[in-house]
Ligand binder design. Structure first.
Ligand code: SF4
Ligand code: SF4
Length: 687
């Protein structure tokens, strides 16, 4: 039966990949998007029902929504304003409407690449989550999950897709803030609450670099065009432009760079909301250019922050000849600018944009223009935020939101480490060991699985392999705190005691399998075991499945993710089973039924995750204790449910699920024949 089901599964896999995208995705178009906002193609009215037409605004990425001739609001595509990455490392492209009162009129996800949503959690949950933002003011403080801040508005997390929810909420709120401030519907905040560090110590050039005070933008001749610039006599990797830039309001930076007098004078000229910007240049070209002399405007550099743009005029400029900081190199050119108009928020990231131009050898004054951008954020040693960081890493927020769950899972797994570290006590009493084991199985299933969804999966092995091939991303692994903790636990215990500590005691689905089998026994159902010849071959099947999944995943991650649903974990812990397609239900029911009459059939023959753990577990440092006599005695062999004890009495670490019953026997002078004999000898001698 298991084999028939497996074959059907493998046949179904290609079909699964061709399944239509979930309902929401179909409706919103799940293909990657080209170009910007287009209300002929994009459903603008769905996020701004009050508008009957939409008109472009010159030079802006958003459109005006009109009812007749009256302006009712604006619509914008988030990816035109912010770059916030989700779990997949790609942004969630969201269409958002904002009315003239600064209230969000609607939001819809047009495209995303979030794997969790595509394969397990219903798409509708994301759309429901997005809908929660409609009706909020664009300048409200929105917190996903719980918050102790009485002024914050909270929205419920999407369980199992924490990072996706955090990224989507931040995408919506940051987009409407930028849009609302640009159109005047939301008051422009002068800066994120915070302050420049006021200490007067003087830093050397090296200390400034070590603290990350400067942003840097380098442009090579090759970046400017294949042949370089003959006029400036640079080519290939030679520097066309090398720009260093920072905000110098903090005395730590300003006094160090400008010297006390120049700094004091420059600061005395600033009006509220204005900031000092230092720009230094090396390379063949110039960031100042000569145009400003004629037009009064520095047209080669500007700062941008969201939709805000800071341009520099000659009245904002002071020539910066040399730097005071000890060890500072000589720069070809330097400028001290004043960023006016309150447009620059020093508490958030900003970009320096350089517009490079070179003669293109087409004759006359014909030039070639290229634009380059570098993002910078002032370090904490220069600017300290007074409240929560609006750009805090999403994974940090996920850990904050789940601190109670992290504590519960952390204590649970640590206690399990203690059970194995203190195995002399654990295995000293067979009856106590059984009760302890059953208790851990119930906890793993009920709390770890049903309540916390802390079920590791082979998809994390696939992501791990993918990261090794395609580039490591810590944020991805840290973004699911409970799974991250589980994997740290798995890595440690597997190398010390083998995969059985996780599989035999802590895996929520494994626990369900074993508890189901115990229930079958309680109900006195018949029990089945495969004949040895079949068992010894079939136990390698899971390795083949794992290898196949890795191959498929590297070839097509989407297909790999769906094929990984051979693990029935999502149907068990993430999604209500009755809401799933028939083949997921059939697979789940078949495995559950089989588990009633056979000990852990999925774990022993199919589970690719178990296979992935069994490989490093082969090298475990310590397994259950054995003695020479074990090769003759079959007491433990008969009671070892996973059939992990070989005919010679040794233990196969890949099969052992660390129930530790054989070690309890090994210690028991009522069970283990050499100990029984020794005890009897002792008793006889005593008599
Ligand atoms: S074999 Fe798979 S399902 Fe079974 S306990 Fe191990 S990881 Fe869990
Ligand atoms: S009885 Fe079997 S599964 Fe349990 S610890 Fe011993 S060898 Fe491992």
């Amino acid at each position: 039966m298991l084999l028939t089901l497996l074959v059907s599964w493998l046949l179904l896999c290609p079909a699964l990949a061709e399944q239509p995208a979930p309902a929401g995705a179909e409706a919103y178009g799940h293909t990657a998007r080209d170009g910007g906002l287009d209300c002929v193609r994009d459903p603008c009215s769905s996020v701004m029902p009050a508008a009957d037409s939409f008109e472009a605004v010159e030079g802006k990425p958003y459109l005006e929504g009109l009812s007749g001739d009256d302006l009712v609001g604006w619509v914008v595509l988030s990816t035109d304003l912010v770059d916030i990455k989700g779990y997949s490392g790609q942004p969630l492209s969201t269409l958002i409407g904002l009315n003239t009162e600064g209230v969000i009129t609607g939001a819809r996800v047009l495209h995303h690449s979030e794997p969790i949503l595509l394969i397990g959690i219903p798409e509708q949950r994301l759309h429901d989550f997005v809908d929660l933002h409609a009706g909020m003011r664009g300048d409200e403080r929105v917190v996903v999950g719980q918050s102790s801040d009485p002024d914050a508005r909270t929205v419920d997390i999407v369980s199992g897709a924490t990072v996706t929810a955090l990224a989507e909420s931040r995408t919506i709120m940051d987009s409407v803030t930028a849009l609302g401030q640009d159109v005047g519907a939301i008051e422009r905040r002068v800066q994120t609450p915070g302050h420049f560090v006021a200490t007067e110590e003087l830093l050397s050039w090296q200390q400034l670099l070590d603290e990350g005070v400067f942003g840097r933008l380098t442009v090579t001749a090759k970046d400017m065009g294949a042949t370089g610039d003959e006029y400036l006599n640079v080519s290939g990797d030679q520097l066309f432009m090398d720009i260093w830039f920072t905000v110098a309001d903090s005395p730590r930076v300003g006094r160090s760079l400008l010297g006390p007098n120049r700094y004091a004078h420059a600061m005395s000229q600033l009006a509220p909301g204005e900031h000092l910007v230092v720009v230094l240049g090396q390379g063949a070209s110039t960031f100042k250019g000569s145009g400003f002399v004629r037009g009064g405007l520095f047209d080669r550099i500007r700062l941008t922050q969201g939709l805000a743009v800071v341009m520099f005029h000659d009245l904002d400029y002071t020539n910066l000849g040399g730097l005071d900081a000890e060890g500072a190199p000589e720069f070809k050119e330097g400028a001290l600018f004043v960023a006016r108009g309150g447009a620059l928020d020093p508490g958030r990231s900003f970009e320096l944009v350089f517009l490079g131009s070179r003669f293109d050898n087409k004759g006359g004054f014909s030039r070639d223009f290229h634009s380059f951008t570098s993002t910078h954020r002032l370090p904490k040693s220069v600017y300290v935020l007074d409240g929560p960081d609006p750009e805090r890493a999403l994974w940090l927020q996920a850990w904050r939101n789940k601190r109670v769950e992290v504590l519960v899972v952390g204590l649970w797994l640590l206690s399990l480490v203690a059970v194995f570290a203190g195995r002399r006590w654990t295995t000293a009493d067979g009856a106590r060991l059984k009760k302890l084991h059953t208790g851990y199985l119930i906890f793993a299933f009920v709390v770890g699985g049903l309540m916390l969804s802390a079920q590791p999966s082979v998809t994390q092995i696939l992501t791990f392999v993918d990261s090794l091939v395609g580039g490591w991303r810590w944020g991805l692994f840290l973004s699911e705190p409970l799974l991250f903790l589980s994997w740290i636990f798995i890595a440690v215990v597997t190398l010390i005691w083998g995969r059985g500590v996780f599989c035999g005691w802590a895996c929520p689905y494994g626990a369900l399998n074993e508890l189901t089998f115990k229930l079958g026994r309680l109900l006195k159902l018949p029990e089945y075991e495969l004949p040895e010849v079949l068992h010894s071959k079939l136990r390698y099947l899971r390795y083949a499945i794992l290898a196949g999944l890795i191959g498929v995943y590297l070839w097509d991650p989407m297909l790999g993710e769906r094929a990984a649903e051979i693990e029935p974990f999502k149907s068990t812990f993430f999604v209500a089973i009755w809401t799933r397609e028939w083949f997921f239900i059939a697979w789940w029911v078949a495995l559950a039924s089989l588990s009633l009459v056979m000990y852990r059939p999925f774990c022993r023959y199919v589970c690719p995750l178990g296979a992935g753990l069994a490989i490093p577990g082969s090298f475990r440092l310590s397994g259950p204790y054995r003695r020479d006599f074990c090769s003759k005695c079959k007491i433990c062999t008969k009671t070892c449910e996973p059939r992990a004890i070989r005919p010679d009495g040794s233990i196969d670490p890949r099969e052992c699920l660390s129930c530790m019953e054989c070690e309890a026997n090994w210690r028991d002078d009522q069970v283990c024949p050499p100990l029984v004999k020794a005890r009897r000898d002792r008793e006889r001698a005593a008599k």
